[in-house]
Write a protein that binds this ligand. Structure first.
Ligand code: ADP
Ligand code: MG
Length: 535
């Protein structure tokens, strides 16, 4: 009897890891998106996932708690409060208006496109849209912040609470709470490495529109933090509110990490600033958690501070102690009216949203019978999902299409550094190839060679099969003749087989395949050999 099962009315994500632990037989039910397991009395049960990630310290296991603040640059033509271009890669100070340079008397004018993208993003994050929000001044000095304050939203952000689903290993999912999303200005950049005696300032980014998306402290492992950033990125890219380009800084994460003994209250967090890749998010959580555990176990306490993650050295370093909100002297910006939205506006924003990654994932699982893992891989990018659906329809076998794309095609694309949009093989061609396997024209093994050739030449699979004479031999008579000769010429092996060395069957099959250049129908070969050898 398998112990520790959940009551049947309890919601579950899945239990791949822990069910394996107790040796349960796993059954994936696409319809309910649940992975269930039979216990050894044959009744179907659901198990409480207990796959908690912990870090071993000297005093026992520690739990890691993570919350993220992600800054995402809105894909708008111009800045949040000025008409200057928001384009990346311009010459220093090329995109600076008098507003961005904070010339006296300049007034901010809110960019309607940025508001729309903020609302669309909030809706896509299943979060509450606040009909009234207020822009506030967050006062602090930076050489690259000419206004002396950043316009942000504080007490009344445009978007309130919500949640998104993240995809974990083995098809498991978890909901992560969203605390808020607010609109704010980006700051400029100081350059200290251009001259030995001078610092330079580039204000191109000054005033560019950002969405700061704050999560609840709901993540419990480096993987969950990474999965959260990757889902967020996927959603933003689907709706086009941010290009998600982490290398160019359009999306960067402040990673808050604390540790605690399981069941204890939250510990003090440290904030790791501006992490610019998903891999670094994972590493930063891991390294910072270890640092805190060592510190606490050595008798110290964690300071609430801002730290820098150095991926080269594999360490985090203190930058500054964390300031509190009151240090910033927030107050409503007197140059800007409260932002008021009505239901019709919000409905209009909603109407512009495409099918989102999670909805698509669940539809792929339900309609095409895909595993949650395969579905999550195929929906991560909108273009991939579209490509997949075209191939699935053309093939008449959605599961096979998923396999050919996520294993064979992605494998080859990755290896040759080609993006899916430039794939030498079209979705329709994948469909056609699967059709050739299904109707018995070629075997699955030959199909891989045909696929290689398709990848090289972009030719249709049917043409390649014709040209190279790769049609499967299903003519039983022809195969039988080969089998008979083989048996006649290899009496020693035949005797050994009949003596109990049944593993030799593989050798016989291999010989037939060799003689037919792999074109013999494997089912027919096996059947003929067995019938002749077993008598
Ligand atoms: P601040 O602006 O001071 O950094 P925010 O409220 O904007 O504060 O962000 C706090 C972030 O830290 C949120 O993402 C939240 O989930 C996370 N967080 C809060 N408490 C903890 C904790 N004990 N451990 C880890 N993360 C935490
Ligand atoms: Mg913060």
């Amino acid at each position: 009897m398998i112990e520790n099962w959940a009551p049947s009315d309890m919601p579950i994500c899945c239990a791949v890891g822990c069910a394996r632990e107790v040796g349960a037989q796993l059954v994936s039910l696409g319809v309910n998106r649940y992975i269930l397991a039979y216990d050894d009395e044959g009744s179907l049960r659901r198990k409480v996932p207990k796959m908690a990630y912990t870090v071993k310290g000297e005093t026992g296991d520690w739990e890691v708690v993570v919350g993220l603040e992600v800054h995402a640059q809105i894909s708008s033509q111009s800045k949040l409060f000025s008409g200057a271009s928001a384009r990346f890669g311009a010459e220093p100070n090329e995109n600076v208006s008098l507003v961005d340079a904070a010339m006296p008397g300049m007034l901010p004018v809110l960019n309607a496109e940025c508001v729309k993208q903020g609302v669309r993003t909030g809706l896509a994050l299943n979060s509450k849209v606040n009909k009234r929000s207020v822009f506030a001044r967050k006062n602090y000095f930076y050489a690259d912040l000419p206004q002396g304050y950043q316009i942000s939203q504080y007490e009344e952000p445009i978007i309130g609470e919500g949640e998104i689903e993240i995809d974990l290993e083995g098809g498991e999912t978890k909901n992560i709470g969203i605390e808020r999303l607010h609109l704010e200005q980006d700051a400029g950049k100081s350059l200290h490495d251009q001259s030995p005696t001078k610092s330079f300032i580039d204000l191109n980014r000054s005033g560019v529109a950002l969405m700061e998306i704050v999560s609840k402290p709901d993540m419990r492992s480096p993987d969950e933090a990474a999965a959260y950033v990757s889902k967020l990125r996927s959603i933003l890219r689907y709706i086009g509110s941010c290009d998600g380009n982490m290398a160019e800084g359009s999306m960067r994460a402040d990673v808050n990490v604390s540790v605690r003994k399981p069941g204890e209250p939250f510990g003090t967090r440290a904030e790791l600033k501006n992490i610019n890749s998903i891999r670094f998010v994972r590493q930063a959580v891991e390294i910072e958690a270890k640092r805190q555990i060592k510190l606490i176990e050595g008798g110290g306490t964690v300071d609430q501070e801002t730290r820098l993650f150095d991926p080269n050295k594999g360490e985090t370093r203190s930058m500054r102690s964390k300031e509190d909100a009151h240090d910033y002297r927030y107050f409503p910006d007197p140059d800007l009216l409260p932002l008021e939205l009505n239901d019709a506006y919000i409905e209009d924003c909603k109407a512009t949203l495409p099918e989102l990654p999670d909805a698509k994932k669940h539809r792929f699982i339900d309609d095409y019978g895909l595993s949650p893992y395969d579905a999550s891989v195929l929906v991560a990018e909108r273009e991939t999902a579209h490509f997949y659906e075209k191939a699935a329809k053309a093939s008449g076998d959605p599961k096979a299409a998923a396999n050919w794309i996520s294993v064979e095609l992605f494998g080859r694309l990755n290896k040759s550094g080609v993006a899916l949009v430039d794939s030498p093989i079209s979705a329709e061609q994948i469909g056609a190839l699967i059709g050739l396997i299904k109707d018995g024209t070629i075997s699955g093994k030959i199909a891989k060679d045909v696929f290689d050739e398709m990848f090289q030449s972009s030719k249709d699979p049917g043409a390649i099969v014709e040209e190279k004479g790769l049609k499967q031999i299903t003519d039983t008579g022809a195969i039988e003749a080969i089998v008979d000769t083989l048996i006649a010429e290899n009496q020693k092996q035949v005797a050994a087989y009949r003596d109990g060395k049944t593993g030799l069957l593989g050798w016989f099959v291999g010989q037939v395949m060799k003689q037919t250049q792999g074109k013999a129908n494997p089912g027919v070969v096996n059947q003929l050999l067995r019938s002749k050898l077993d008598t």
